[in-house]
Design a protein around this ligand. Structure first.
Ligand code: HEM
Ligand SMILES: *[C@@H]1O[C@H](CO)[C@@H](O)[C@H](O)[C@H]1NC(C)=O
Ligand SMILES: *[C@@H]1O[C@H](CO)[C@@H](O)[C@H](O)[C@H]1NC(C)=O
Ligand SMILES: *[C@@H]1O[C@H](CO)[C@@H](O)[C@H](O)[C@H]1NC(C)=O
Ligand SMILES: *[C@@H]1O[C@H](CO)[C@@H](O)[C@H](O)[C@H]1NC(C)=O
Ligand SMILES: *[C@@H]1O[C@H](CO)[C@@H](O)[C@H](O)[C@H]1NC(C)=O
Ligand SMILES: CC(=O)N[C@H]1CO[C@H](CO)[C@@H](O)[C@@H]1O
Length: 318
């Protein structure tokens, strides 16, 4: 008897919280049943005004999850005496913050201090991908918001990285070569600024299609902050055309073009280029995996009241 109650004590107070401390589909079903539909409405309005919001969220989600895990650390504004991830070089040009803030405002009105900013990024990304013609996948929630945002933690791969260099940064996060090639398929939407690929223009990169070269050379001559579509064929549609474009030497970023040329990735690229449904299916699975990197769950971290600032510490508790 005594043994039994000791065991149930252990199960109740130790094992159970561990089980609950997992991401799960429908995490907010009882605490905030409208959570997912509130995010979806805000995203739908934003998308109808600017369909490039899909690209904004995809990049934000990637930059959040690859730095300290998916904990919304990317959303923290720097303060007068302290920096944050937003200030780091690779963050440059990440966008979509105002839409996340709008969703948070509606969620705080409906269910105060319940839905994390990390989950808002995840859900908004999912919804915007579906609106752009991509897969509409179910995604587990229950992430908590982080308490640290430090520019020194931002160590993201740059556009000139080699395939093997990129792969080591993905394997560090538990993702394999298939998942990496799949996730880079997100470059089927969105823009790139000239300063991220101008090294391919002088001297001319022989792996670039000459017509594309002429076009980029002209656009980028105007100013380094000019932008071009990452997918020159269907820039606002979430499809597999990115892979067909890089097979035609029409990749914009060096890493994108390398995926089609490198022996370790070329066959994955041609597989996705000829199988749009296969790509969508792989993408949904890889996004769920990306969204679970080093997440904070249970009682870790906090639920932020405002996504761009840590909650104020309670005073006089002790
Ligand atoms: C080796 C990995 C990667 C590198 C080196 C890389 C690099 C870049 C660069 C340089 C840009 C241009 C940014 C700009 O000019 O504003 C960009 C844009 C973008 N990236 Fe990546 N990326 C990588 C992986 C990913 C992943 C995994 C995703 C999402 C799953 C992603 C989604 C996007 C999107 C959607 C854009 C367009 C952003 C916009 O229109 O604002 N990238 N990426
Ligand atoms: C910034 O100021 C806050 C509040 O005064 C303080 O708690 C924090 O330690 C300071 N941070 C740094 C890096 O100085
Ligand atoms: C995705 O699926 C959900 C749940 O079935 C639905 O409410 C939503 O409208 C779908 N989104 C799109 C863009 O089709
Ligand atoms: C200051 O930066 C440190 C390191 O990122 C972080 O732990 C702390 O919460 C930040 N404080 C403020 C007030 O932003
Ligand atoms: C355009 O191409 C020429 C010839 O390679 C090069 O010298 C020039 O720097 C390029 N322009 C830009 C903006 O890179
Ligand atoms: C790719 O494989 C082919 C034949 O298997 C070989 O000739 C070529 O050198 C390889 N290229 C690279 C970059 O490893
Ligand atoms: C949104 C944001 O804060 N972007 C910053 C990213 O980092 C650069 C410096 O590297 C800043 O100039 C941007 O303001």
């Amino acid at each position: 008897m005594q043994m039994n109650s000791a065991v149930s004590f252990l199960i109740f107070f130790f094992v159970l919280p561990l089980v609950l401390a997992d991401l799960q589909v429908g995490f907010y079903d009882s605490t905030c049943p409208q959570a997912e539909s509130i995010v979806q409405q805000v995203v739908q309005i934003a998308f109808s005004k600017d369909p490039s919001i899909t690209a904004a969220f995809l990049r934000m989600h990637f930059h959040d999850c690859f730095v300290r895990g998916c904990d919304a650390s990317i959303l923290i504004d720097p303060t007068k005496n302290n920096s944050s991830e937003k200030v780091a070089g690779p963050n440059q040009t990440v966008r979509g913050y105002n839409v996340i803030d709008k969703a948070k405002k509606s969620l705080e009105a409906a269910c105060p201090l319940t839905v994390s900013c990390a989950d808002i990024i995840t859900l908004a990304t999912r919804d915007s991908v579906a609106l752009a013609g991509g897969p509409n996948y179910t995604v587990p929630t229950g992430r908590r918001d982080g308490l640290v945002s430090n520019p020194d933690d931002v160590n993201l791969p740059g556009p000139g990285i080699s395939v093997s260099g990129a792969l080591s940064s993905f394997t560090d996060k538990g993702m394999d070569i298939n998942e990496m090639v799949t996730l880079l398929g997100a470059h089927t939407v969105g823009f790139a600024h000239c300063f991220f690929f101008s090294d391919r223009l002088s001297p001319p990169d022989p792996s670039m299609d000459p017509t594309l070269f002429a076009k980029l050379n002209k656009t980028c001559a105007k100013k380094a902050s000019a932008t071009v579509f990452l997918d020159q064929s269907t820039a606002f549609t979430f499809d597999n055309q990115f892979y067909n474009q890089i097979l035609l030497k029409k990749g914009i970023l060096q890493i994108d073009q390398e995926l089609a040329l490198d022996n370790s990735t070329a066959s994955i690229v041609s597989g996705f280029a000829s199988n749009g449904l296969g790509f969508q299916d792989s993408f949904a699975k890889a996004m769920v995996k990306l969204g679970s990197i080093e997440v904070l769950v249970g009682n870790a971290g906090e639920i932020r009241k405002s996504c761009s600032a840590f909650n104020k510490k309670k005073k006089g508790v002790f």
